[in-house]
Every structure is written in C-alpha cells, then in structure tokens.
Design a protein around this ligand. Structure first.
Ligand code: GLY
Length: 398
C-alpha cells in the first residue's frame, strides 16, 4: 500500500512542469520562442482585418475573426510586444497594420464594454512604443465611447447591453470589465476628459463592494437595478456555477485591481488585489495552472485554463512592485515565476503542434466552446508577463 504515494511522487517529479521549475526561467529563450511562433502566424498571410483567435485541438491553423470580435486587440498587442523584444521592423509594420485595421469599430455604436480590451492592447501598446499621435486619438475616441455605457446611479459601466433583454439583467457588469478601466485612466492623463478617471475609479469601487464573496472569490456577473442602482445578485455566465470560482474571472480581478491600485494609489484597491490573489494562489493545483473553474466537480479530469495563469502571472509581477512588505512582494514575484515556468514547459507550449505560444486554455466551458484550445489572449498575457519579468530582472520599472 505504501508504494502508491511514492510512485505518485516519482511520477510528479518526471512531469515537465516540475523538472523545469527547479531552474530559473530563461526569459530571453521564451521571448525568442514567442518570436518564432509570431513569424509562423504572420506567414499565414491574412489581411489586417482578419485576426487570429483560437486553434482547436483538431486544427493546426488559427481560426480568424473580424475586427468587431472582443479579442481583436490581442494579436496586434502581441505583435507590439514581439516588436519591443526584437526591434524587427517587419513585425512593427504588421503590428501597425493590424492596429490601424481596428479603427472602423469606433464608427459603430458601442455594443459592449470590450473597447478597452480591443484598443488598449493594440493602440495602447502602439502608442507606448512609438508615440504616434494617431494611436493616442484612437484611444481617446475608444474611451469616450466606453464612457457612454457608464451608469452613474449604479456606479459601473454596463458590460453587456444585449443581456438586458436576453437575461433580464437590467444593468450588468462582469469582472472582465475591470481590464477596460486601464484605457480610461490613461485617457484622462493624456488629453482626454478628466471625468474618465472618475468613471474608472467609481467602477472599481463599486465592483470591489459587490463582486466578491466574504472569502474574496468573485462572481462573474453582478446584476444591478439600473434605476435605483441597487445590487440585485451575483451570478455566472462563463463559470461552473453562480457561487463557483471561475479561474479567468478571478484572474481579471487580480490584474484589474492591481492596475487600479497603480493608477489611483488607493490602499483598498491594493488590499483587494492581494486578497483576490491570495485566495487564488491558495487553491491552485500542483503545477500552478488552474482548472478552468476551481469548483468543477470533474477535477482532476476537468480542462485547465492557461490563459488565467498567464493573466495572473502578469498581474502578480506588477503586484510585487506595489506591495511595500518585501517578503510579501517576493512571494508574489516567486508565484508569478512559478506560473510562467509551468507555462514555458513542454506541457503547455504549442511548439510544433500549432502556431500559438500556448496550449490548454478554456474560453466558454458552459457554452461548450473553446475548451482546451490555444487562444490569443493567453498568448498576449504570456508575452506581456515575460516582458515584465525581463524588465524586473534588469531592475527597470514596468
Ligand atoms: N472577457 C471574456 C472572457 O474572459 O472570456
């Protein structure tokens, strides 16, 4: 009987994620791997208004989507990070081409909250690296459009107008919406309306109040009365159950509250980021990459979500720069490095299997779509996290 645990330990030691975790992650090697994969995707030669979104297990090529897709900014954003690393002008030109192709979205009526996802990853990174004023104008326009979805009575941005009638959710805000705030904070500091900052801060405050259970796990969706502003209920859309911990939702919370703490200097946002990170880390399985939902009863046979791991790794690297206590900061940094080391192992890297960086992400499990796939946002946050780690190791700010 005693032989079984010994055998399990032995098998765990053989797992690629474990054997790699003993060495410090070679960030340059991983960034140059990303560059190799980026070049393979560029060789698929798609027009700039076709963006790679996912690769299913059965496929080796990307499935492409149009510019209105909520994930359309991640590919140009990934190209900007690849350019930042390589200084390769071919990649810069492609990044600019895909970024500029998104602007017609701004001529349409805002149909949901995803404008920050789409434009801060693309034009935001473009401006950060080139200072081209066209990108600045794009971000300001996107921010003004996003602000039109803010309901001052509730104190948050409406995430999904279509769900008002589809689900009977008069005003709904999803945790993912925290990510869009970074664009509003930026716009307010860079020539946009100063009210954009107030909207972003109010949204984060209201979310902090209503979107968490007492143990700091999060609801995916908060439903509000659009007239009184009253919080009605917390539910899920992409998680296992209303009260379960959907991995990517918590990842958005960790990343979003860390960013809000950076932008506002508010201690309560930093504390929220830490509490949401602590409960996530405490419940992680071995290997530091979560199952798609921490409460799926099928665990350990449930699919993983590498995208959540990449988002959290990037968020924790920033959190480690904001926390004053050196030991706690070091803990977040070490956790982030462990997550990245796992993602960089052969268990998670696409390598020759397909042109993405990473395998094993889960998009919309309840819908039965994008389960155990490669997905553009996992790649985006992976290359962002590697870039951040490289900067931190060089003693630079993020
Ligand atoms: N923002 C949608 C998702 O995380 O799947």
């Amino acid at each position: 009987m005693k032989k079984i645990p010994v055998l399990i330990i032995f098998l765990c030691l053989l797992h690629p994620a474990y054997s790699q975790s003993k060495k410090a992650l070679d960030v340059d090697k991983e960034l140059s791997y990303c560059l190799t994969q980026v070049k393979k995707t560029l060789a698929e030669k798609q027009p700039y208004n076709r963006l790679p979104r996912r690769i299913s297990k059965a496929d080796s090529n990307w499935n492409y989507v149009g510019i209105e897709d909520w994930t359309s900014g991640f590919w140009p954003g990934t190209l900007w990070y690849a350019y930042e690393y390589s200084k390769d002008n071919t990649i810069k030109d492609a990044a600019a081409g895909y970024t500029n192709a998104l602007t017609p979205v701004l001529d349409e009526k805002e149909h949901d909250h995803d404008l920050g996802f789409m434009f801060y990853t693309s034009a935001g990174n473009g401006y950060r690296l080139t200072r081209d004023s066209v990108y600045r104008q794009t971000i300001l326009r996107a921010s003004d459009s996003l602000a039109l979805l803010f309901n001052p009575k509730v104190g948050t941005i409406l995430s999904w107008p279509r769900m008002i009638s589809q689900m009977g959710w008069p005003h709904n805000t999803i945790m993912d919406n925290m990510i869009n705030l970074e664009m509003l904070f930026w716009a307010a500091k860079n020539g946009g309306d100063k009210k954009l900052r107030d909207i972003a801060e109010k949204h984060a405050e209201t979310t902090m109040k209503n979107h968490f259970r007492p143990d700091w796990t999060s609801y995916h969706v908060a439903v509000y009365d659009d007239k009184s502003g009253e919080f009605i209920k917390g539910v899920t859309h992409q998680g296992y159950a209303d009260n379960s911990l959907w991995a990517r939702g918590q990842a958005w919370a960790i990343y979003g509250f860390t960013m809000s703490a950076r932008e506002t200097g508010r201690r309560y946002f930093l504390e929220t980021a830490q509490k949401t990170a602590d409960v996530y880390i405490k419940n992680l399985p071995a290997g530091h990459v979560p199952y798609w939902d921490f409460n799926d009863p099928k665990i350990p046979d449930a699919p993983k979500d590498a995208s959540a791991a990449a988002i959290v790794a990037s968020g924790l690297l920033e959190l480690s720069t904001l926390v004053k206590d050196k030991k706690v900061a070091q803990h977040y940094r070490a956790e982030a490095e462990r997550m990245l080391t796992s993602l960089a192992s052969s268990a998670y890297k696409s390598g020759d299997q397909n042109h993405a960086f990473l395998l094993h992400s889960t998009g919309h499990h309840p819908n039965g779509t994008e389960i155990d796939v490669s997905i553009n946002y996992a790649d985006y946050y992976y290359i962002e996290a590697l870039t951040r780690l490289k900067k931190l190791r060089a003693g630079k700010s993020l």
